[in-house]
Design a protein around this ligand. Structure first.
Ligand code: TRP
Ligand code: ZN
Length: 471
């Protein structure tokens, strides 16, 4: 679902659109849509990920049904997408780099398809009229592979010793399901996972109504529902041996799990999650989802990820501030999502600043002290080299430019507008853009509205100048 309408056509970078296909024969209902039937675009114009995301439709819901056998690493899956055409479509693209496709159906009829790089190009028998909802069903099987990128790390389907974990920032969703893989097209999800009896499955959201089914033939099926809009990179499934804790935070389910061999490191995950959510709800406003939790496993990826409602932690990522950081992303990044990856500082700057605030309010150094420590970096040093507001694809997770200077930008804003306006801004931002997607411009506009100040110079200096800002 696209929460903000935008002239998509204007955003599609030149050269990315497919040449116009001959119009498909309209269906009986097609009389509602006027104009020719043309192909949807193969990208959404994200300068860092031109192929990620697709134009011409808007996904409402994904149902991903999969069966995984850790011993053989075999996956068989069917993903059903409910989408709405935003123009008369003769064909459309999905992003998919997963295993061999068995068949593709659109509205229950066999559709033809081709695969080119990460694009799965689907041509339905009948054109899809603008404004109409349609379903796409893709069945596939084989051995899924993680996506390895020098700058972006390992994402997608990640095998573990006793199962697998999937997480996908920024563009790894395509490794395990066909998606409109762009953060601005959020959708709800049903995740139905069949795994050998004796293993546990966790995913985003809450266990579905039918809960766990089976065992049948030695397999059990677990269903999880994410009922709030979610970006494809935040979809998560974890399969393996897990020690699970179930509790509540202010009446809301808190479901955490760790690989039993990580008991020593992660025994506090459950309690720290509850504590962080309580504190963050006070600072940032109402928690945006209907359950919380966390999953810790041995992944070898060296990071944690804010997968929606239930972050994933690799071994080594168990400290309190990391948990505070991933849970802060539930407001900043997950609920208030990105329209474009170059604004990644909006995610990481605010989540990192949550760590500064948490320390300030829990007997640690003040945010002023933390800021001053980093501000000591000399003008001209590599610390100030990238633009925080446009770091380039390979700079997206640059520690200095995005995490530290992102948080410094937030602090500079706080000093400029004052504490009262700043804390109002945090709550207004998460409330006004809840379950939506934003740009830096939206933040500047809100900060200017609430403070009555012109803040262009401040944001120019902190985000769009590759130099040490003056204070
Ligand atoms: N977004 C994650 C976090 O800050 C971190 C992350 C995701 C990351 N992918 C990465 C860090 C790749 C380095 C490299 O919580
Ligand atoms: Zn982060």
């Amino acid at each position: 679902m696209l929460r903000r309408s935008s002239p998509l056509a204007g955003l599609v970078a030149a050269g990315l659109t497919f040449t116009i296909a001959p119009p498909a024969a309209p269906t009986a209902q097609a009389s509602t849509g006027s104009g020719a039937y043309t192909a949807g675009s193969a990208g959404l114009g994200d300068p860092y990920f031109p192929h990620a995301g697709n134009g011409g439709y808007d996904v409402g819901h994904y149902t991903i049904r999969l069966r995984f056998t850790p011993k053989t690493r075999h996956l068989s899956a069917t993903t059903t997408i409910t989408a709405t055409a935003t123009k008369n479509l003769s064909r459309f693209d999905l992003d998919f780099s997963g295993p061999t496709i068995g068949k593709v159906e659109v509205n229950g009829e066999r559709a033809s398809y081709t695969r080119k790089g990460q694009e799965l190009v689907v041509t339905p028998r009948h054109g899809l009229p603008s404004g109409k909802t349609f379903t796409v069903e893709v069945s596939y099987a084989g051995r899924p592979k993680a996506i390895k990128d020098k700058a972006l790390g390992v994402t997608g389907w990640i095998d573990t010793e006793d199962g697998a974990v999937v997480l996908a920032e920024p563009d790894g969703a395509r490794s395990w399901f066909p998606a409109n893989d762009n953060p601005r097209d959020k959708a709800t999800y049903t995740l139905e996972v069949t795994a050998p009896e004796g293993l546990t499955v966790l995913a985003n959201g809450e266990p579905g109504n039918s809960g766990v089914a089976g065992p049948r033939d030695g397999y059990r099926t677990s269903k999880w529902e994410m009922r709030h809009p979610m970006a494809s990179y935040l979809a998560m499934v974890a399969i393996g041996k897990f020690t699970v804790s179930r509790g509540t935070v202010d009446g809301m389910p808190n479901i955490t799990a760790y690989d039993p061999s990580l008991a020593k490191e992660f025994k506090r995950l459950h309690g720290t999650t509850a504590k962080a959510i309580r504190w963050e709800s006070e600072i940032f406003g109402d928690y945006p989802f209907s359950s919380t939790g966390g999953v810790a496993d041995r992944l070898g990826i060296y990071y944690a990820l804010e997968t929606q409602g239930r972050p994933v932690y690799d071994t080594g990522m168990s400290d309190e501030l990391t948990i505070v950081h991933e849970l802060a992303h539930q407001w900043f990044g997950d609920s208030v999502g990105l329209r474009s990856w170059k604004d990644i500082w909006l995610n990481e700057g605010f989540a990192s600043y949550a760590e500064w605030l948490y320390q300030e309010q829990h007997g640690g150094p003040s945010a002023d002290t933390t800021f001053a420590k980093h501000y000591k970096h000399k003008a001209g040093s590599a610390f100030w080299k990238l633009k925080t507001g446009d770091p380039g694809r390979t700079g997206m997770f640059d520690w200095n430019a995005i995490y530290v200077r992102g948080a410094m930008t937030v602090h500079a804003l706080r000093k400029k507008i004052g504490d009262e306006t700043f804390f109002t801004l945090l709550r207004t931002w998460t409330k006004e853009h809840r379950h939506s997607s934003v740009t830096t411009k939206d933040l500047i506009a809100l900060a200017e509205r609430l403070s009555g100040q012109d803040l262009d110079d401040l944001f120019d200096a902190w985000l769009y100048t590759a130099a040490k800002p003056k204070l």
